[in-house]
Design a protein around this ligand. Sequence first.
Ligand SMILES: [Zn+2]
Length: 225
Amino acid sequence: MSEEQAHRALREELGVYALGAGSPDERAVVRAHLEGCAACRAELAELAPIAARLADVDPDRLAEDPAPPPGLGDAVLARIAAEGARPERDRAARRRRTRLGAGAVVLATAAAAFVVGWLVRPVPPPPPLERVAVQVVAPDITATADVVPHTWGVEVKLSGAGFTAGEVYRVSVLEDDGDEAPAGAFLGIGPAELDCNLNSAVLRPDAEGFVVVDARGDVVLRSVF
Ligand SMILES: [Zn+2]
C-alpha cells in the first residue's frame, strides 16, 4: 500500500478513532499513521470536539433526562451549515470539504443516529393512576394520594405537606385479611410539598387502603380504597 493509499484508508477511520471505538490493533494503526501525517492530525483535531460531545452521552441517563446533551444539536447543525454555506467557487473550501470527507461523515452519522434514536426512543405509557381518598388525622398535614396497580404490588404515590421536618413516617398497606404490609418510609420536610412513591408487595385487589404513622406510631393519615 502506498503512502497515499494508507492515508486515504486511515482517514476513513478517523471518525471511529475520534469516538474511541475500534480494536486496540486498529487504534494502534491509526496512531502510527497520525504520527507521520499532519493532515490526519489536523482532521482529527476538528473531529475531536464533536466526538467528545457524543462520548459524554450517558445512555442510562437518557431514560430519565428527556433532552439530548446541551449543545449537541447546535454543534451538528453548525457543522452542517458551515459545510453547506461554503461557496462553490471557493476552490480551497472545496478541497477542504473533500479532505474532511469520511471521518466527518462517520461522526455526522453517529450524531444523526443518536438524535434519531433519541426521538424515536420507546416511551412507556404512563401507568394508570387511581386517585384514592385520604383522611388526614394530624393537624397541619395536607395530602393527596394515587395508587398504581403494578404486577408486583400496589404503589402509593403520596403528595403532601406539613409532615414534621426530620421526623420519620412509615407507610403500610392494609390487606383485606387484616394484615398490614410495609410500604416504606419517608422523612418529613415541614411545610414544603413532598412527593413520594411507596411500594408494597400487596396486589391491588388485595389492598384495602394504607396508613401513615409518625415516629411514635400514631396514625397521621389513612386512606380506604
Ligand atoms: Zn493521513
